[in-house]
Unconditional design. Structure first.
Length: 564
């Protein structure tokens, strides 16, 4: 028999060590836990030393909700062995098992002390699952005694660890826990946001008892904010699942809540039927005092709504007496002690925090003083450097400004000189054009005069010729003047010639010459004289030029040419 037990023992030790870091009693099926407990109790007498510690801790863990006193017994033995073998992992587990045992027995001060010891150990061994579970246990401890802010602090820290390790199931549990805290604090709308997140995750795993629990919590919140249709819907859905899994304790809670909702809706018969159904289930539950208490309170409200004041008073009296019995002087004292312990812990933490703040303030003042001195020194150096730079830059600026003014003055003079030259050349060109025009006119007059001579009378002819010679004494070279005129035009109008040739490459040389002469604002007669052509030819040329350049009749040719 012993030969068979030893291998089984090692297997169970391995399984329990693995399971304890990943699960806890609340994540398991009760029937599976009972089977495991029976196996462990069979093997436990044959285990010794290090092998015995995880078995003792696992047995203690399973006994939490079955028999808290046995949890304390087995956990104490595990704690003793873990300290003998200096096994911090098993010591942390034994301490949290003891915390749970005392918590179930309402010894809150002892539970808190052991839970905090477990927390210190589990922070150092760096196992996220174990650390999160201890934090969650402490969160529920503070929740039970009504310190909701402290409970929220622990459950929020637990949520962060669950998110870090990516465990969606435990994230869902944390959301539900935080939702319950906000509901107790009176913020049901905020609580609902966490319950919704929890329900969404729980549905992925199809964990019916957890889904039913969250739906019930949502129903309670909707009832408290007076959204009774939603409350009824969620509570009835939760009840349906609870009936499937046959969870009588949770069913009692749901039936009581549904009776309150129906009472508010004015469904008195339905309310009474639900309360009676709840009462019949309560009678079969062993530890049922708190269930009876809640049932009596709602029944009192029911009779009060029905205006049956006698029955309402009787049920309220039962409720008051039951409350007095459950919250006995012993438990009240424990709660008071726990609150004192918590206040002492809070004050000690505040004192330590104030001391740290005082030290930090002193260091901060020193740092500020040193920083101020250094800042002044740096500021003086920076200001001196900036002053020198400004001084240098100012001198450079003044010098550059002076040079710029000289340069601008020089450029202005050059520009004026060029403008004068250009103006002079333009005048010269115009005068030349006029001169050529005049000489051409004289030439024409001379020709006309020769044509009018009378060649029949020789004596008279000689007299007329001599007269003409005397009249036209000046000598002119027509071709030379014309050539000089065109040369000057090409020089002074070079930019215009480039632009017009680029824009209208199909224009002939004569077209371009005519365009330049028109741009100089010479009349058609003057243009005819300069080029030794008829006035009619000039007009035809202008018409042809307008056509080649695409001008309309309304367009002014001179203005158009000046804008090219």
């Amino acid at each position: 028999m012993k030969k068979l037990i030893k291998p089984i023992l090692y297997i169970l030790v391995f399984i329990s060590c693995t399971v304890q870091s990943q699960t806890n009693i609340w994540d398991e099926n009760p029937s599976d836990s009972q089977m495991e407990l029976d196996s462990l109790l069979t093997i436990l007498p044959y285990s010794t030393g290090r092998d015995k510690m995880p078995l003792l801790n696992r047995v203690a863990e399973i006994y939490w909700s079955i028999n808290p006193n046995k949890t304390i017994d087995y956990a104490n033995e595990a704690l003793q062995l873990s300290r003998e073998f200096n096994d911090k992992k098993q010591e942390g587990l034994a301490l949290i098992n003891l915390c749970q045992g005392y918590l179930f027995n309402d010894f809150y001060d002892k539970a808190l002390q052991l839970g905090l010891q477990s927390l210190e150990i589990r922070k150092n061994i760096e196992n996220d699952y174990d650390l999160a579970f201890t934090l969650r246990t402490l969160g529920w401890l503070y929740f039970d005694i009504g310190y909701f802010d402290k409970a929220l602090e622990y459950h929020t820290e637990t949520l962060k660890i669950h998110e870090k390790i990516g465990d969606k199931q435990r994230i869902a549990y944390s959301y539900n826990s935080i939702g319950l805290i906000h509901e107790r604090k009176g913020d049901c709308n905020l609580a609902l946001t966490f319950f919704k997140k929890s329900l969404e995750l729980k549905r992925e795993f199809n964990n019916k008892d957890r889904i039913a629990e969250t739906m019930k919590n949502m129903g309670v919140c909707y009832r408290k904010i007076n959204k009774l249709d939603y409350a009824k819907e969620f509570l009835e859905s939760s009840l349906e699942i609870t009936n499937q899994i046959k969870d009588d304790q949770n069913k009692v809670h749901i039936l009581n809540e549904l009776s309150i909702v129906n009472l508010k809706l004015g469904n008195f018969d339905k309310c009474y039927a639900l309360l009676k159904e709840s009462r019949s289930i309560i009678e079969n539950i062993i530890d049922n005092k708190e269930f009876i208490l809640e049932n009596d309170r709602v029944m009192s409200d029911y009779y009060l709504a029905k205006q049956n004041y006698k029955e309402a008073f009787n049920y309220y009296k039962k409720y008051a007496e039951g409350s007095s019995e459950i919250f006995s002087s012993n438990k009240s004292e424990k709660l008071a002690e726990m609150r004192i312990l918590f206040e002492d812990e809070r004050r000690a933490s505040e004192i330590k925090l104030l001391e740290k703040q005082r030290d930090l303030e002193a260091q901060k003042r020193k740092a500020i003083l040193i920083g101020s001195i250094l800042s002044v020194i740096i500021a003086i150096l920076v200001i001196a450097s900036l002053y020198n730079n400004i001084k240098k830059k100012k001198a450079i600026y003044l010098q550059n400004h002076k040079l710029s003014k000289e340069k601008l003055r020089t450029q202005s003079l050059l520009r004026e000189n060029l403008e004068h030259k250009l103006e002079f050349r333009m005048k010269e060109l115009t005068n030349l054009a006029l001169f050529i025009s005049q000489r051409t006119s004289i030439y024409k007059d001379l020709t006309k005069s020769f044509k009018s001579l009378d060649f029949t009378d020789i004596n008279q002819l000689k007299k007329d010729i001599n007269k003409l010679i005397k009249e036209y004494t000046f000598k002119f070279d027509f071709n030379e003047d014309i050539q000089r005129f065109h040369t000057n035009v090409e020089t002074l109008q070079s930019d215009f010639l480039f632009r017009i040739k680029e824009k209208y490459p199909h224009l002939t040389t004569k077209d371009i010459q005519l365009a330049v002469q028109v741009k100089l604002k010479l009349s058609s007669k003057e243009i005819a004289n300069i080029n030794n052509i008829s006035l009619n030819s000039v007009e035809i040329g202008r018409h042809r030029l307008r056509k080649k350049m695409g001008l309309e009749k309304k367009d002014n040719l001179v203005d158009f040419l000046e804008n090219i």
